[in-house]
Design a protein around this ligand. Structure first.
Ligand code: ATR
Length: 265
C-alpha cells in the first residue's frame, strides 16, 4: 500500500513541498504519496487527527502551525526541543514524534551546496523569531568561532542569546563588528524592508544567506553591494525536505537535481 504524507499550512497553495517529495520518491523508488493540506487556523490538530485516522504516516508543518505541532507531539527530538517548533511529524501506533529539520537543512545548504565552512567562522543571525530560533542549535553544532543574534527588538535577541549562550543585541550593537556568515532570519524581506546594517558587517569573503526564496530582498541587495556572496533560501527548503524524507524513509535523496529543477521554475 502506498504510504501517505502531507504538508499542512495556511496558506498552502504555493507550497513546493509536494513537488520536491514527489521527485525524491521517484528518484529513490519509494512508494509514497505526498499532498498539500490546507488546515483552518483553529483546525490544525483536528486536521492532523483526520490524516492519521486515514493512514497518514508523516507530515511536514509550515506557517502558522509549527509551534502548535510542537505542542501536539508526544515526543520531541533534541533539535525540535531547542527550536521550540516542529516542521516534521511521524505517526506510529498512536505516538506523534516531532522533529525539526530546518536548521539541518540550512547547515547542509551552506556547507554542502555553497561550500562555506561554518567551523571557526563568525556567524551573525538577523532576527529573533521562530525562524532564527530554529537554526541556532544546528549552527552551534558546527562549532563556529562566535554567534551573534541581532534583532530590531533588542530584548528578544537578548533572550535567545541567554538561552543559547551566544551574543545578542539590537542592530546598533553591530557597529564595529564583522562576520563571515550573515543569515537573514527576519521576515523583513516579505515587506520589502531593508535592515539597518553597516556595510562593514559583511567581512571580506562573507556569505550572506537570505532564508526567504522566490524574491530578491533588500537584504540581498545590501549584501551584494557590500561585496558579499549572496544565497537565497531555496536550497534550505530542498535540504530540510531531504532531511524530513530521511527521517521518514531512512533514505537520503540526491538534492542537486531537484534543486536544479526548481531553479528552472
Ligand atoms: P518567523 O517565524 O518568520 O521568525 P516571527 O517569529 O514573527 O516570524 O519573527 C519575525 C522576525 O522578523 C522578528 O525577529 C522581527 O523583529 P521583531 O522581533 O523586532 O519584531 C523581524 N522583522 C520583521 N519585520 C522586520 C523589519 N521590517 N525590520 C527588522 N526586523 C523585522
Amino acid at each position: 500500500m502506498t504510504d501517505r504524507y502531507a504538508v499542512f499550512g495556511n496558506p498552502i497553495g504555493h507550497s513546493k513541498s509536494p513537488r520536491i517529495h514527489a521527485l525524491f520518491a521517484q528518484q529513490t523508488g519509494q512508494d509514497m504519496d505526498y499532498a498539500a493540506i490546507l488546515a483552518s487556523v483553529d483546525g490544525f490538530a483536528a486536521s492532523i487527527r483526520d490524516f492519521v485516522a486515514g493512514g497518514g504516516r508523516g507530515a511536514n508543518v509550515t506557517v502558522p502551525f509549527k509551534e502548535e505541532a510542537f505542542r501536539l507531539a508526544t515526543e520531541l527530538t533534541p533539535r525540535a526541543q531547542a527550536a521550540g517548533a516542529v516542521n516534521t511529524l511521524s505517526f506510529d501506533s498512536g505516538r506523534i514524534r516531532g522533529d525539526n529539520t530546518d536548521g539541518a537543512g540550512l547547515v547542509r545548504d551552506i556547507a554542502a551546496n555553497r561550500g562555506a565552512t561554518i567551523a571557526g567562522s563568525r556567524v551573525l543571525i538577523l532576527g529573533a523569531g521562530g525562524a532564527a530560533r530554529g537554526v541556532i542549535l544546528p549552527l552551534l553544532e558546527q562549532q563556529p568561532a562566535a554567534v551573534f543574534v541581532a534583532n530590531r527588538t533588542a530584548e528578544k535577541a537578548a533572550g535567545l542569546a541567554t538561552t543559547f549562550a551566544v551574543g545578542g543585541g539590537g542592530f546598533d550593537a553591530l557597529a564595529g563588528r564583522a562576520f563571515d556568515l550573515v543569515i537573514n532570519a527576519t521576515s523583513a524581506g516579505l515587506a520589502d524592508a531593508a535592515l539597518p546594517l553597516p556595510a562593514a558587517v559583511f567581512a571580506p569573503g562573507c556569505l550572506a544567506y537570505e532564508m526567504l526564496y522566490g524574491r530578491d530582498t533588500p537584504f540581498m541587495a545590501q549584501a551584494s553591494a557590500a561585496g558579499a556572496t549572496v544565497a537565497d533560501g531555496l536550497g534550505m527548503l530542498v535540504e530540510q525536505a531531504a532531511e524530513a524524507f530521511f527521517v521518514w524513509r531512512g533514505v537520503r535523496p540526491d538534492t542537486a537535481p531537484v534543486l536544479a529543477e526548481l531553479r528552472q521554475g
